[in-house]
Design a protein around this ligand. Structure first.
Ligand SMILES: NC(=O)c1ccc[n+]([C@@H]2O[C@H](COP(=O)([O-])OP(=O)(O)OC[C@H]3O[C@@H](n4cnc5c(N)ncnc54)[C@H](OP(=O)(O)O)[C@@H]3O)[C@@H](O)[C@H]2O)c1
Length: 256
């Protein structure tokens, strides 16, 4: 079903995990896709696989914490495909997990620069392109269940994800009157390289016996399940949803 034919989707953090699945999901709907991240080789192989399946895609090496790089990412999108309809601001890191007394200033800065400032920079340039074209659009930022819940040693990550709630609702209030919807998708535990790294730190036992039983669906989510919800938030099926947070966590945040 090519319901997004001739539309253009830009996805950050597309070199792995949720971003990669999201790029594939947009391509499957017929959208032209621009994939951005720091690791260009991973992006190039994703482009090759999308094109082998009949889609159109283009890669751009990007560091979302750098304004110049983000500006170039959006300019590349317009140069390659002539427009920008959907933007998914997914790039993020867990950073170094550390108790507050040991947390280094540079580690705090790195997480906030990528996870929070990066989304601000992306929306700044994406919104300019969308407003200039006058075709409306949809932006989906990627938060987390940690947009609502804290955990010990996670203060930088949790703060960055909480900040996205305020950033998303404020920018929705600015842009929705001009036809650009802005929402926050909050994944639960999702099987990606980030999840595997965190599982390694927390330990299999705590993950399997402490965390998984709190998920109503009793399993880890799949990246494709996040991608489906992201595509929904960009599609016309969500035409009255803006400024919202959509939690896709199998029930995790509802458990006491
Ligand atoms: N997996 C989970 O359980 C889970 C749960 C809740 C929320 N999330 C959120 O979902 C998003 C995707 O995470 P994931 O699980 O798919 O993790 P992942 O597999 O580690 O992917 C993270 C992506 O972000 C990119 N990235 C990191 N820093 C970047 C930068 N400065 N500029 C551009 N791209 C950058 C990485 O690419 P490069 O290294 O190539 O730059 C990679 O493509 C993140 O925002 C994460 O916080 C994940």
């Amino acid at each position: 079903m090519n319901t997004m034919k001739n539309k253009v989707a830009l996805i950050t953090g597309a070199s792995s995990g949720i971003g990669k699945s999201t790029a594939e999901a947009f391509a499957a709907k017929g959208a032209n896709v621009v994939v951005a991240a720091r690791r260009k080789e991973e992006l190039d192989s994703l482009v090759a696989s999308i094109e082998a399946n009949g889609g159109k895609a283009s890669a751009i090496k990007t560091d979302v914490s750098n304004a110049k790089s983000v500006e170039q990412m959006v300019a590349h999108t317009i140069k390659e495909f002539g427009r920008l309809d959907y933007a998914v601001n997914n790039a993020g890191i867990e950073g170094k997990l550390s108790g507050i007394t040991d947390l280094l200033e540079e580690d705090w800065d790195q997480v906030l620069d990528i996870n929070l400032k990066g989304v601000f920079l992306c929306m700044k340039y994406q919104a300019k392109a969308m407003l200039n074209a006058g075709n409306g659009g949809a932006i989906v930022n990627i938060g987390s269940v940690n947009s609502f819940l804290g955990f010990p040693t996670g203060s930088a990550y949790v703060t960055s994800k909480h900040g996205l709630v305020g950033l998303t609702t404020s920018v929705s209030a600015e842009l929705a009157p001009q036809g650009i919807r802005v929402n926050l998708l909050c994944p639960g535990i999702t099987d990606t390289p980030m999840h595997q790294r965190l599982r390694g730190i927390v330990g299999d036992d705590l993950y399997d016996k402490g965390l998984l039983p709190t998920v109503h669906l009793q399993r880890v989510g799949r990246p494709e399940e996040m991608a489906n919800a992201i595509v929904f938030l960009c599609s016309d099926a969500s035409s009255y949803i803006s400024g919202s947070t959509l939690t896709v966590d199998g029930g995790l945040t509802l458990t006491m």
